[in-house]
Design a binder for this molecule. Structure first.
Ligand SMILES: [Fe+2]
Length: 234
């Protein structure tokens, strides 16, 4: 599986607290069948300086676990660097914004505000990002069901959608996924893991449940769609 949304880097956001946590989270994820994991720390960007500051902090966090990854006695997924970029302003105006794309790709994970007052210009901002060649993946769209109609908001735009695997495991998960599949769009399921306890990696449980409920399309949702976007696995 490919997990495009994780908070696995240490001491950079509300995810892993220590390098040891990071390694344990990665090892757990690998044990569950994840072969590629994208680290997507929260990024709140209001200037070009914020981008540089974020990229430096992310580099430090990555370097604090790099030697542990290299010398790990556990099997670990391949780790790529990305960001979960908060869309509370028109981030397309910042010259260096593409530095926040997932490593070696044009894809960027974008997080929308959860409140009902989501800015009416959001779709325009997303459109402007696409004009810069950035390919948006909207994070955990399951969170916005009943808040606004995301398919209507982004209709006509080339955006992909990420769904938290936990949604499948919650009440009504099967119906939720079946409803999603009616849309002609690309969905990728990921963990959005933050820790080893209440927001841990749940990819294996979600995959197994989906496989029973919706069959072979599960492989597209948990791996093939993400691989078609990111071109990671041969
Ligand atoms: Fe997240």
């Amino acid at each position: 599986m490919i997990d495009v949304h994780t908070h696995v880097l240490p001491a950079i956001d509300d995810g892993a607290k220590t390098p040891e946590d990071s390694i344990k989270m990665l090892a757990d994820s690998f044990k569950q069948g994840v072969s590629v994991c994208v680290a997507t720390p929260h990024a709140i960007i209001h200037s070009n300086d914020d981008i540089d500051e974020f990229v430096n902090r992310r580099k430090q966090a990555y370097e604090s676990i790099k030697s542990m990854i290299d010398g790990s006695e556990y099997g670990l997924p391949k780790l790529l660097l990305g960001a979960e970029v908060y869309m509370d302003n028109n981030i397309s105006v910042f010259e260096d914004i593409s530095k926040l794309c997932i490593e070696n790709t044009d894809y960027m994970l974008l997080e929308l505000p959860i409140n009902k007052n989501i800015n009416k210009n959001t779709a325009e901002w997303v459109y402007e990002l696409t004009l810069k060649g950035i390919k948006p993946i909207m994070a955990h769209i399951d969170r916005y069901v009943g808040v606004f109609d995301f398919t209507e908001m982004f209709s006509g735009l080339d955006v992909k959608y990420q769904v938290n695997a936990a949604r499948l495991l919650s009440f009504g998960g099967r119906r939720f996924v079946k409803d999603l599949l009616k849309y002609d769009n690309t969905f990728v399921f990921s963990s959005d893991m933050h820790n080893l306890t209440f927001r841990k990696c749940n990819m294996q449980r979600a995959y197994n449940k989906a496989k029973k409920q919706i069959g072979d399309i599960t492989d597209s949702l948990f791996m093939e769609n993400a691989n078609n976007l990111l071109k990671i696995l041969k």
